[in-house]
Design a protein around this ligand. Structure first.
Ligand SMILES: [Zn+2]
Length: 577
């Protein structure tokens, strides 16, 4: 019995090979057969192939895909759905955007293990570091677990619309062992040993690897660094070593400027495990920096060590208010304002000495910094007071020039005048398309960094895969469609060890995306209020998507996620080494 027969699509099989017209038959959640179409091959082969499907097996459903293209479902290797998955097993909006597998726990910002006493701290940290609404987290997270194993068991019990693989997260592991001290000091030898045990246990229960962050942009509750940032090199090496004892696993980290690629290479050399390095974003004010990292990564590969750089195909643009200004919160000079709210925050933002310190820091170039003093790239999106309406859509540089003042003053004064309600948008990084095109084609980069599930009011890049296909491959010709498909499917599947996924091949899981190559892309962002406790998020609609199947079951069509979407995804715990 064939459950599904997709006929006549131009099939991109995920390997990077040129596409071919073929019929794809699905049975029992797997690809049963890929047969050339009658119009694409000589008659004898075609009759054999198609008749084999039609005559021998009954077909439950046939989809006529003439004029459309079929590829393996997109694998999103950088998401933060760890909390959302406990209240929304659909993982909106990813399935509608062609994503059939999501990797959670990136940067080590997981919610397991977590003692009941640390739940509030964990939620407050996520609110600060990943821009998740505290009210939504409090109302939404189902805390039916304490250990990583319990968390995985809960995910398996509840199900999910798409496949999920989970990292063991450093900050959670550290908090579990050290409590509130995790964000304050180095660990003792005994504490490191206990952390190693937790990492080993997570690997036994199906973690895809170990994830961490050393990035100064990653601050938690009250402006304290996220716990993993307090780890010294010995702790990092011990935990990556504990992961590698499983004989498999990916070491993922979001790298601060002070973490050297050579140190990461030494961990790859010691363990034999791949190292996935985020977030390689192009900075127009320091355009060489990201290529220096990619060069160092390439050199490590030449020495036989597997390092990859996570790159993004989307310009990093963030909407924000001064009540929670993520783009500047990584600045050392912003520290005094972190953790403040209401009148205390307003008083700090008004202080001339605070402003002078921020100005001085922004005037010095940095290797990695979200905001780089480019005031022509910060715009007013929405004002709170009608008398300021004329400022909407104008850049801060322009507004400051017109007033004969300084841009930082102009932005802060406007925000203070509106009770910090003014919405700004900043085009931060990755907007130089020539440079980004080179990064996307780099032999040791991996197309990633959607951050889906996080920063929900700041930006939404969950549709990154559709953007790579439409904008980069079709419109800009930066790569062929088959190469774009490979980079979204078999490439991440191989790096992550996702067995039997990422290619259209008999025996592989039937994770499929049917799309129109002439129109595929991501729609404009829009704001919806569907989070627990009525919170808002940005979302994007798919363009040119005709169907998405996970393990052979359809989860989305041309109108988006199906009503009553089946929880067709698998919790992935069995990986190739
Ligand atoms: Zn992240």
């Amino acid at each position: 019995m064939i459950d599904l027969l997709i006929r006549g699509a131009l099939v991109y099989d995920g390997t990077g090979a040129p596409p071919q017209h073929a019929d794809v038959a699905v049975a029992g959640g797997r690809i049963a057969r890929v047969a050339p179409c009658i119009d694409a091959v000589d008659a004898v082969d075609a009759v054999d192939a198609v008749d084999a499907v039609d005559a021998v097996d009954a077909v439950a459903r046939t989809v006529d895909a003439d004029g459309l293209a079929l590829m393996p479902g997109i694998i999103d290797s950088h998401t933060h759905f760890d909390a959302q998955i406990t209240w929304d097993p659909t993982l909106r909006p990813s399935p509608a955007l062609g994503v059939t597998t999501a990797v959670i726990g990136n940067c080590g910002f997981t919610i397991a293990p977590c003692r009941p006493a640390d739940r509030e701290l964990t939620m407050r940290n996520l609110t600060q570091v990943e821009g998740m609404s505290l009210d939504a987290l409090r109302a939404g997270i189902d805390w039916g677990f304490e250990s990583f194993a319990d968390y995985m068991a809960q995910l398996r019990r509840r199900g999910c619309a798409i496949n999920v693989a989970a990292y063991a997260g450093h900050s959670s592991v550290r908090t579990y062992v050290m409590g509130a001290d995790a964000a304050r000091r180095a660990a003792s030898a005994d504490e490191i040993a206990r952390m190693q045990d937790i990492v080993r246990d997570a690997m036994r229960h199906g973690a895809v690897g170990f994830a961490t962050s050393t990035s100064p942009a990653h601050n938690g509750e009250g402006g304290l660094p996220m716990p993993s940032r307090l780890a010294d090199d010995a702790e990092m090496a011990a935990l990556v070593g504990a992961m590698a004892e499983a004989g498999r696993g990916v070491y993922m980290l979001t790298k601060g400027g002070h973490t050297k690629v050579s140190f990461l290479e030494s961990l790859a050399a010691a363990t034999g495990r791949p190292v996935m390095i985020a977030a390689l974003l192009h900075n127009g004010t320091n355009p060489r920096a990201v290529f220096d990292d990619l060069d160092a990564i390439a050199a490590a590969n030449e020495r036989g060590h597997r390092l990859l750089g996570q790159v993004s195909c989307c310009p990093l643009t963030m909407d924000f208010t001064l009540a929670s200004p993520y783009p500047v919160e990584g600045l050392a000079s912003w520290k005094p304002a972190l953790g403040l709210s209401g009148d205390a925050l307003k008083a700090k933002l008004a202080e001339p000495s605070f402003r002078d310190a921020v100005r001085a820091e922004l005037a010095t170039p940095a290797t990695f910094r979200l905001f780089n003093n480019e005031w022509d790239k910060v715009h007013v999106v929405e004002v709170a007071r009608p008398e300021h309406a004329r400022l909407e859509q104008r850049s801060i540089a322009e507004i400051a020039r017109a007033a004969g003042g300084d841009p930082l003053d102009a932005m802060l004064d406007l925000a203070l005048d509106e009770d910090l309600q003014t919405v700004f948008t900043a085009q931060l990084l990755n907007s130089d398309e020539e440079a980004v095109g080179r990064m996307l084609n780099h032999p040791h980069s991996i197309v990633s960094l959607s951050d889906a599930g996080a920063h929900l009011t700041f930006f939404n890049d969950a549709g990154f895969g559709l953007h790579l296909l439409g904008h980069w491959a079709r419109d800009r010709g930066a790569m062929t469609i088959e190469e774009a498909v490979r980079r979204l499917t078999s490439h991440p599947a191989t790096v992550l060890g996702l067995r039997g996924r990422g290619a259209i091949r008999a025996g592989h899981a039937a994770d499929l995306l049917l799309f129109d190559p002439r129109t595929v892309g991501r729609g404009p962002k829009r704001r919806v209020r569907d989070l627990p406790a009525g919170g808002a998020r940005l979302t994007t609609d798919a363009v040119g998507v005709h169907g998405v199947w996970v393990n052979g079951r359809q989860v989305a069509d041309a109108h988006g996620i199906l009503p009553g979407v089946p929880l067709a995804g698998a919790l992935l715990t069995d990986f190739d080494g």
